[in-house]
Write a protein that binds this ligand. Structure first.
Ligand code: HEM
Length: 198
């Protein structure tokens, strides 16, 4: 406890030396604390005593929401083409079953579209906090892959409407291949954002 107190006091002393004048508001310190990996700044923000919701720093909250909605989006990107596999396997043999698939596909597409929009919005907001990422090659590569994923998303919609109007052209085997595509995007994007290879 005593140690924590003296640590905070020394942070405050360093802050006063490096930045004389009135202390910036704690809220502002938290927004600035997202300077990536800057532990001293984060400690400074904490020492300012701002508790609660914003404590982990604003950018990290945005990133957490970004990841939550990326997962929602991918749940749909993985499962909708799998429904297409089973739907195509029915052929014309089970009209009642086909109608059930149409309802499931429509609802799943709505859910995954909400996930996509929110993932992109929170991704954009995260990027807004660290604009320097836009100077980096991995971010350009990531955004290119995200554009590909958006094309895949709309392609799913076209296939959904073809099933809805009973004019599906593709085989069960074709959908099995189509179903693997999001996995490739997932590998590419996660490796780019975590490893940041260039
Ligand atoms: C327009 C769309 C998107 C934008 C603008 C965006 C932007 C960002 C930004 C700025 C970060 C912070 C990077 C960091 O802190 O190192 C981030 C993190 C992340 N993004 Fe995205 N993103 C988008 C779409 C996606 C998609 C589709 C995926 C799905 C695979 C994804 C997966 C992740 C993951 C896993 C992280 C966490 C990385 C980490 O903390 O190490 N993002 N994103």
């Amino acid at each position: 406890m005593k140690l924590e107190h003296s640590r905070r006091a020394s942070i405050e002393k360093r802050r006063k030396e490096s930045r004389p004048g009135p202390r910036p508001p704690a809220f502002w310190l938290h927004l600035r604390a997202n300077d990536y990996g800057d532990h001293a700044k984060r400690a400074e923000a904490k020492a300012a005593g701002f508790q609660g919701f914003m404590q982990g720093s604003f950018m990290l909250w945005l990133k957490a929401l970004h990841i939550i909605f990326v997962i929602t989006w991918f749940a749909g990107l993985f499962y909708l083409p799998r429904l297409f596999v089973y739907h195509a396997a029915l052929g014309g043999s089970d009209p009642a079953g086909a109608e059930r698939f149409k309802i499931m596909e429509r609802r799943l597409f709505t859910m995954m579209t909400i996930g996509a929009v929110l993932a992109i919005l929170f991704g954009g907001a995260t990027l807004g906090q660290v604009p320097g990422f836009m100077q980096m090659g991995w971010m350009h590569a990531k955004l290119t892959l995200v554009a590909g994923l958006i094309v895949y998303h709309f392609w799913c919609y076209r296939l959904l409407t073809a099933f809805r109007d009973n004019r599906n052209q593709h085989s069960e085997r074709w959908y099995r291949g189509f179903n693997e595509v999001p996995t490739l995007f997932l590998f590419g994007i996660v490796i780019l954002v975590v490893v940041k290879p260039f």
